[in-house]
Design a protein around this ligand. Structure first.
Ligand code: MRU
Length: 354
């Protein structure tokens, strides 16, 4: 699951269970500083998700699952009879940490279901095994998606990606960057253009660091460059991840993704979304129903810790947007590829009867 030194500074080590604790590679300070934050309780874990020590939809889900293990350990040792109720409250706390990525709720539901059926005297090892299974399944899904996505790419070509949908955002290997990794290994990628992704700079701080660590050629560009780059030619695909995909194939992802999809369609560039099925929410009919997180306006009015906007001016900071399914060429999942997604194809992928 992890590199030989479990606490090595490595993109695959965004979320590490080691020495009976949860360690998170602190994504707020990368690449300038490299450090882990240790979590010992559900409250620590929820705070780390809210504060974006860890971020990215699958990584948030995996982290929350380990948070349930920490909660169960604490609650069971305090009260071996009443621990389930107390853990229920901890799960609510974890669920309130961020609203948009459905992987968080998916992972918590999986842990909650197991708690409901557990009959062993000590629940901790069974819950830890489940969290580790969620983690390992995510890595395996990413590798499968990498192969499926790479097959669709006729190279060599240039690729634009947005935000960070890499190892840092997942259990390891990455979703969009997993496709990039597999395609690069197959000689199909010339250059990855990483949008810097204002305001939090996931692209320049995280994607560029992660790809450089892996020896994959990367060029950072401001979020305004994509149109002229596509017009110049040479971009084969925009490849992004997702935080939640609705039942009709609408794709919610980092703010700015929708603009890229419009640009891609205009310029005849492919638009690929790579996401595990844990990101698909068949409970929301369309993207309009997905809650979009609004973060502190100061994230927009400052950059690198320095105020850049005038005092007293308002800013709005919705951190995700929805790309309509009609602009998506394909959704790559570990179960297969959905071309030109719509409600019927999503139902077929997820095995839901009409
Ligand atoms: O706000 P963030 O950094 O958690 O947003 C992350 C994204 O938007 C990613 O693109 C998405 O989670 C896909 S991660 C494999």
């Amino acid at each position: 699951m992890n590199t030989p030194n479990p606490l090595a500074i490595h993109p695959d080590n965004a979320v590490v269970w080691y020495d009976d604790k949860l360690f998170l590679l602190d994504q707020r300070v990368l690449p300038g500083e490299t450090r882990f934050v240790a979590c010992d309780s559900a409250a620590d874990t929820a705070r780390a998700i809210t504060d974006m020590v860890v971020r990215g939809a699958p990584a948030i889900g995996i982290t929350a699952a380990y948070g349930v293990v920490l909660a169960a350990r604490e609650r069971f040792h305090a009260d071996a009879d009443g621990w389930r109720d107390a853990v229920g409250a901890d799960i609510e706390l974890l669920a309130a940490s961020r609203p948009t990525a459905v992987n968080l709720f998916w992972a918590l539901e999986r842990m909650r279901r197991l708690i409901g059926t557990l009959e062993v005297p000590d629940p901790v090892s069974a819950l830890l095994a489940e969290a580790q299974a969620i983690h390992e399944e995510d890595i395996a899904a990413n590798r499968t998606m990498g192969d499926f996505g790479a097959e669709l790419i006729q190279g060599p070509t240039d690729i634009i990606t947005h935000c960070n949908a890499g190892a840092l955002a997942t259990g390891g290997y990455g979703t969009a960057l997993g496709v990039v990794r597999s395609a690069y290994a197959a000689g199909k990628v010339r250059m990855v253009y990483a949008d810097e992704t204002r305001p939090w700079l996931q692209g320049s701080r995280l994607t560029a660091w992660e790809l450089a660590q892996s020896g994959i050629p990367v060029t950072v560009q401001s979020d305004n460059v994509a149109a002229s780059l596509m017009a110049r030619g040479g971009i084969g695909w925009v490849i992004v991840g997702s935080d939640r995909i609705a039942a009709n194939g609408d794709v919610c992802n980092k703010i700015g993704t929708y603009a890229l999809a419009v640009l891609a369609r205009h310029h005849g560039v492919g638009f690929m979304v790579a996401a595990p099925t844990s990101t698909i929410d068949m409970g929301v009919a369309s993207g309009a129903e997905i809650p979009i997180e609004e973060r502190d306006p100061d994230e927009v009015l400052a950059c690198g810790g320095k105020r850049i906007g005038p005092e007293g001016v308002a800013a709005h900071n919705p951190v995700f947007d929805v790309t309509p399914a009609a602009l998506v060429d394909c959704i790559v999942t570990e179960r297969g590829v959905v071309q030109q997604p719509d409600a019927e194809k999503m139902r077929a992928l997820m095995g839901v009867l009409a």
